[in-house]
Every structure is written in C-alpha cells, then in structure tokens.
Design a protein around this ligand. Structure first.
Ligand code: FE
Length: 390
C-alpha cells in the first residue's frame, strides 16, 4: 500500500496571508526566525490578522538557521505553557522545520529525538494543535512536506525527521514574502527546488500522483528561475508556486543522491559552509550522468517536457547543459574546486564523506545503486569538474 499526503488546504496568490483572519481557534503561537519577517512588516500583519480572528497570540522569535535541539525544546516548553491550538510558522525552512519538531514535543513531552529518527514512526499529532506554515523562501517547500531537519550541535548530528504527521494542515503561499529574497538566495533555493523535482521524478518511489507535480515544477523553474533571479517579481511569484509543487512531489516520492551528497558536504570543510541549494546545483549534472545508466528514459521525459528533443541520450545531455547554463547565469560554480574547497582537505575527507553520503536517508530512493567506492569516484568528478564515465 502506498500513501500520498498533502496539506488539507493551500492558500496562494496576492494577499493569501489574509486567510489568517478566518482561522478558527483560541490561541496561536507564531514561530519565526531572525527578524526579516518583522523588518518587512509581515510579522505585524500575521499578528493583527490572528487577533482579528479572535485569537490570543504569542510569539516565539529568533529561530536560528539550522535550528538546534535546544531551540526546539525551548519552543515546545513555551507551547506547553501557552497551550496554543494553532501553531503558525513563518519564514525560510528553519523556523518552519523547528516549529514542526516543537509541535511533536508539545503534544508528547516524554518523546525523545532518538524515538523520532526512524522515519514514519511518529505518534499521532493534532491532539492539541493544528499547524499552518507560511514560507518566505522558494526552495525547501517545508510548508507542504513531511520533513524537518534539526541539528544536535553537541553530538554533531543532523536529525532528518520524516513523518506525514508533520505535513502541515494549511500552507499559505503568498508571493509578497518571496519578494524579500536577495538574488543569491533566489538562485540557491530555486536550484534546490529544481533538484527536488528532478530527483522526485526519477526516484524509485515516483508515482502517477507525484509525476505531474514534478514535471510542472520543472517546466516552471525552466521558464521563471533566471528571470526571478534578475528581479522580475512576476517570475518570482511563479517560482514560489513551482517550489511548492516540487515539494508536493518529493514529500511523497522522496529524493536521491544529489541530496545525500549535499547533506554530507554542507558543513564538511573548514573553508566554510556550502549552502544546500548551491551544493545541489553543482552536483545535479554529475548525478544525472551517473543515474542515466538506469534512468535515461525518465530524464529524457523531463527534457522533452521543457522542449528539448532528440534521442533519449541526446535529451539527457541537453538537459545537463541546460542546468549548467542556469548555474552559469546565476554565478553558481561548476565544481567544488571552483567553489573554493581546498584540494588537500578534499582528498583527506572524501572517503569519509562518501561513506556518509551513501548512508544518507536520501540514497534509498535513488534510481541507481551506489557503493562508497563509486561515490568517491563521483565526488572526484564533482571536485575537479571531470566527466562521469562509470
Ligand atoms: Fe533540498
């Protein structure tokens, strides 16, 4: 038996935020990040709309990027005290991810992080509250997914939490919030969204329910991403919807090794963090070449859906150059070397990183199997920008 789960409601378009005025409930806890939502006036709006709906409102502010276990526990404690029947999470991926985990510990105070590591094993939520998510970036699509990533800094572990219980009840995809993104963030989050859609389409768990969402998302990214990067706000709006469609696809079809590789390299090098979307953008063309050995026809479907023609093999190659061209137009490097990763450090760490990447939760649904040895070869191609021929 398979399952396909999405939020009960999705509000989108200009002034979608105003739906908060009609929410039925008594108390809402609003969870936000570092301050951009406040600065741009969206937090005030959310608070005013919830009050207009007759709710008592409490804020939980300051959720950091890559939210910690401590932040989650602090938020859950604040929720236990305030007893909201709505959790309203707003911002980039981080505050929404953190709020999802707070929700679990609010409803189940005795639960531990270790108990949540096993995917799809959560206790039954919605005993105390429902969940509404408002994204301000156009990439993670956490407003519609069953995922949350929480970091245990003491143990140096990222917990990728996965369960349909944390798929929000309501997603509010208001394009005004996406207008606040700087161009670099547009590029990275947009390429993350493209990677979500492509990986979902070729995933071993792809289905007739996820395929149309993935293809439409890819078509929209193809059409709007570069314009959005260049400041066209109409295109920015379409990208906000495209990433949400990609999220609906990958929440149900899962991902592949582009994400495995990005997860394990994000914080691996002393020269600095590699942003998630930037890592995905760099690795995607290499992984397509590797996976095409078994998934050529699926990649060719993707290519044809954006007007590329030729044999399956030609389609895959043109699709790869299209991705290269997006990266080039948005100043994303082609290799880890070009990104600035030190060669000696790369050589020293690549075996360990490869082993970790193969063990990542996203590897299981990748169309082609991979061993740590082959992953190391793949990473070498990604580092030096050489052709994948295995
Ligand atoms: Fe991603």
């Amino acid at each position: 038996m398979m399952r396909f789960t999405l939020p009960r409601d999705l509000y989108y378009g200009k002034d979608a935020l105003e739906v908060l005025k009609t929410l039925k409930g008594k108390k809402a806890m609003v969870v936000v990040g570092g301050g951009s939502m406040k600065r741009f006036g969206f937090l005030d709006k959310v608070e005013a709309y919830l009050k207009e709906a007759g709710m008592e409102v409490q804020l939980f502010e300051g959720v950091e990027p890559d939210p910690s276990v401590e932040t989650v526990m602090k938020g859950a404690a604040a929720m236990r005290e305030f007893e909201p029947d709505w959790i309203v999470a707003m911002g980039g991926g981080s505050p929404i991810d953190a709020a999802k985990a707070m929700w679990v510990f609010y409803e189940y105070p005795d639960c531990t992080f270790e108990q949540l590591i096993t995917p799809f094993s959560f206790p039954e939520l919605r005993q105390k509250a429902k969940f509404l998510a408002i994204p301000s970036t156009s990439g993670t699509a956490t407003e519609v997914t069953a995922f949350s990533v929480i970091t245990d800094y003491a143990k140096g572990i990222k917990y990728p939490l996965a369960d349909f219980n944390i798929t929000p009840d309501i997603a509010v995809v208001d394009p005004a919030l996406a207008e606040t993104m700087p161009p670099k963030l547009v590029a990275y989050t947009g390429m993350d969204a493209l990677t979500h859609a492509i990986e979902a389409y070729v995933s071993t768990l792809n289905s007739p329910f996820t395929d149309p969402l993935a293809i439409k998302a890819i078509q929209m990214v193809n059409k709007y991403l570069v314009d959005s990067y260049n400041g066209n706000m109409g295109a920015r709006e379409q990208m906000h919807y495209a990433q949400c469609l990609a999220g609906q696809a990958f929440s149900n079809a899962l991902l592949g090794i582009v994400h495995s590789m990005a997860h394990k390299t994000g914080a691996a090098f002393s020269t600095g963090h590699i942003a998630h979307g930037c890592a995905n953008a760099m690795y995607l063309p290499y992984v397509i070449k590797y996976n095409a050995k078994v998934a050529e026809a699926r990649y060719a479907d993707i290519a044809r859906s954006i007007g590329i023609d030729g044999t399956d093999a030609e389609c895959v190659e043109t699709l790869r150059s299209r991705i290269d061209s997006f990266n080039k137009q948005m100043n994303i490097p082609k290799s880890l070397k070009e990104f600035g990763i030190n060669e000696d450090e790369f050589k020293e760490k690549v075996a360990e990183i490869s082993k970790n990447a193969v063990a990542d939760a996203c590897t299981g649904s990748n169309p082609r199997e991979i061993t740590p040895e082959v992953m190391e070869k793949l990473f070498n191609c990604v580092y030096y920008g050489t052709e994948v021929d295995f």
